[in-house]
Design a protein around this ligand. Structure first.
Ligand code: NAP
Length: 240
């Protein structure tokens, strides 16, 4: 059945792949992002509507969701994908540069979107919430204490809201990607990325579409009895 889906940070990388896959699945898809030019370019290329929403800002999410629901319809599927990194050794980090922005974009954003959208899903007795966490929320990663804290935090947040929303037909699940070829990983030093790819048992870096396939399943009717789950999609690199 066709649903209305919102993918945050959906104009590039993993989010764009999920948005395109949902469109192929027959859903009405919208994405949000912060850079208007990027949104316009993505919409022109894909025919997928885009909205300017800063997911770290509660009022921006509220206004954006109201606009989407008026123009497109109530949101049935929410993918919390937007995320940033501000890497460094913990003792060298500052609140302003490394900690506060990463907590706001990667973790507080999930409260903002779920708090505003999940109530409507519960009232309509159907919903799918998919959180994009990370393998580095499941294991140690040198230089990413801020990022790891948010990605582990999302898993805990998700389990609790899954328990609260299950009775109303809303499932909440987490995908933990391993290394996926996007602008985020392209920004890593080449020797570090090459070293990580050598550790992947499946023998290759992931494609954004590998994550989109998992999201497509979790958003489907067939996944109705899966909730509170954390699925690793990492080529076997980490088996928690
Ligand atoms: P990406 O290419 O850097 O894309 C991230 C997207 O999020 C961009 O479209 C970005 O928009 C958007 N965004 C950033 N801040 C935002 C905000 N405040 N409000 C709304 N949108 C915002 O990243 P990616 O590699 O596709 O990663 C997507 C998700 O997967 C992230 O949560 C990331 O942590 C997770 N992940 C990625 C990997 C990987 O290997 N790539 C592995 C594990 C987990 P702008 O263009 O405006 O910045």
């Amino acid at each position: 059945m066709a649903r209305v889906a919102l993918v945050t940070g959906g104009t590039r990388g993993i989010g764009a792949a999920i948005a395109k896959r949902f469109k192929e699945d027959g859903h009405t898809v919208v994405v949000c992002d912060v850079v208007q030019d990027q949104i316009d370019k993505f919409s022109a290329e894909t025919g997928i509507a885009g909205y300017s929403i800063d997911v770290s800002d509660y009022n921006s999410v509220k206004a954006g969701v109201e606009k989407i629901e008026q123009e497109v319809g109530p949101i049935d599927i929410l993918v919390n994908n937007a995320g940033i990194t501000r890497d460094g050794r913990m003792v060298k980090m500052t609140r302003e540069k490394n900690w506060d922005p990463v907590i706001a974009v990667n973790l507080t954003s999930a409260f903002n979107t779920c708090n505003i959208i999940a109530g409507g899903m519960a009232d309509r007795k159907w919903g799918r919430i998919i959180q994009i966490s990370s393998m580095n929320g499941q294991r140690a990663q040198f230089g990413q204490s801020n990022y790891s804290a948010t990605k582990a935090g999302i898993i805990g947040f998700n389990r609790s809201i899954a328990a609260e929303l299950a009775r109303n037909g809303v499932t909440c699940n987490v995908i933990c990607p391993g290394f996926i070829l996007t602008e985020m990983t392209a920004a890593m030093p080449k020797e570090i990325l090459d070293g990580e790819v050598k550790k992947i048992p499946c023998g290759r870096i992931g494609e954004p579409e590998d994550i989109a396939k998992a999201a497509s399943f979790l958003a489907s009717e067939d996944a109705a009895w899966i909730t509170g789950e954390t699925i690793s999609v990492n080529g076997g690199q980490h088996m928690p």
